[in-house]
Write a protein that binds this ligand. Structure first.
Ligand SMILES: Cc1cc2nc3c(=O)[nH]c(=O)nc-3n(C[C@H](O)[C@H](O)[C@H](O)COP(=O)(O)OP(=O)(O)OC[C@H]3O[C@@H](n4cnc5c(N)ncnc54)[C@H](O)[C@@H]3O)c2cc1C
Ligand code: FES
Length: 310
């Protein structure tokens, strides 16, 4: 279990819209423990100890617009500056917490707990790395691409969105994505600056490959064969998508790491609300539960059980 996490007040530096529903929120903190790609922060509104929702009717009503529980957000980037550390998260506005986040302005305080969870294993062993991201699975891949820059790997990022204006990337109009997904191009600035090429897919075909990002990865693989021993795959996104990628890799003996998302009440291993069933040869049943918040969120694909055994 990870213990070097801290809870502190972060201040918003910027909250910039990236596309129709996605924003990049940057916080400044006086310090932040060492962190690595794949880890996440747990955010909530800043509440003082003497805050009581029952103090006044007005406060009770206004607090109903804010999340009671913290929410997890993958770290999309982290920089040391003269005044401390800046942490980026990228979020899609879908509900209570992300609507509250959309309302944040520069200077606003936020309670931030982190860094949380484990990280993507990065080694020099394999010459090729594929990052496969769907929707809000993109943020951890941005930081991972930066980390992989320090290895000699050839990196391709497969980025999927429902439609073109839900893709939270800065596109290079001179490097049009290939609709067949047979070629990776330097088409998104966020990856190009890390030396990675990109394959873009949209479910509706409005940009790049028409279809799910897992199918784009499979089409690319068919056109660009790589030996399983030379390839490592990292994936994050909606469960059907990460399951497809994980099963594709396991069937071909490709090393694959999956960032799993679960609703997390505490984020610290106490409430047991975020279980993930995994293979476990030490258990007589052959499987057991792990906690997404402290054992994960990164799991090796071959260990995950996508259905809980009876
Ligand atoms: C380890 C981890 C990392 C995460 N990283 C990110 C991240 O980098 N960026 C990010 O935006 N979120 C991320 N999440 C999800 C995030 O924690 C919140 O659950 C999510 O943003 C919704 O919070 P909310 O309060 O706005 O919505 P809620 O009020 O909790 O949900 C409102 C409705 O939206 C649905 N919903 C929830 N999430 C999504 C979604 N992504 N797309 C469509 N519908 C959805 C819910 O099922 C519900 O019906 C991560 C979760 C985990 C566990
Ligand atoms: S969120 Fe409470 S144990 Fe994981």
């Amino acid at each position: 279990m990870q213990r070097d996490r801290v809870i502190q007040t972060a201040h918003v530096v910027a909250n910039r819209r990236l596309c129709r529903d996605h924003y990049r929120l940057t916080f400044r903190l006086p310090m932040f423990p060492p962190a690595r790609a794949g880890q996440f922060v747990h955010l909530s509104p800043e509440r003082r100890l003497d805050d009581s929702p029952m103090e006044s009717h007005d406060r009770w009503v206004s607090e109903l617009d804010q999340p009671m529980l913290r929410r997890a957000f993958s770290i999309a980037g982290l920089r040391c500056t003269n005044t401390g550390v800046e942490v980026d998260v990228i979020y899609r506005v879908v509900g209570t917490a992300t609507r509250w986040m959309e309302s944040l302005r520069a200077g606003d305080p936020v309670s931030l707990l982190g860094p949380m969870g484990n990280s993507f294993p990065v080694s020099d062993r394999k010459p090729v790395a594929w990052l496969v991201a769907g929707g809000v699975g993109l943020p951890p891949m941005l930081w991972l691409a930066a980390a992989l820059q320090e290895t000699a790997k050839r990196v391709v990022a497969f980025c999927g969105a429902q439609t073109h204006d839900l893709l939270a990337l800065t596109l290079d109009p001179t490097a049009q994505p290939d609709g067949s997904a047979k070629t990776a191009t330097p088409s998104a600035k966020e990856f190009t600056k890390c030396g990675a090429d990109v394959v873009i897919s949209t479910d509706d075909g409005s940009l790049g490959f028409r279809g799910y990002v897992g199918s784009a990865m499979a089409a690319y693989h068919q056109a660009n064969p790589v030996a399983a021993d030379d390839l490592v795959v990292y994936t994050c996104g909606p469960e059907p998508m990460i399951r497809f990628v994980a099963e594709y890799c396991v069937a071909r003996r490709i090393e694959c790491y999956v960032c799993v998302e679960r609703n997390m009440a505490c984020g610290t291993g106490m409430c047991q609300s975020c279980v993930v069933p995994v293979r476990d040869t030490a258990d007589s049943t052959g499987w057991s539960y792990r906690l997404c918040c402290t054992d994960g969120p990164i799991f090796e694909a071959r260990n995950i059980l996508w259905e809980t055994p009876d």
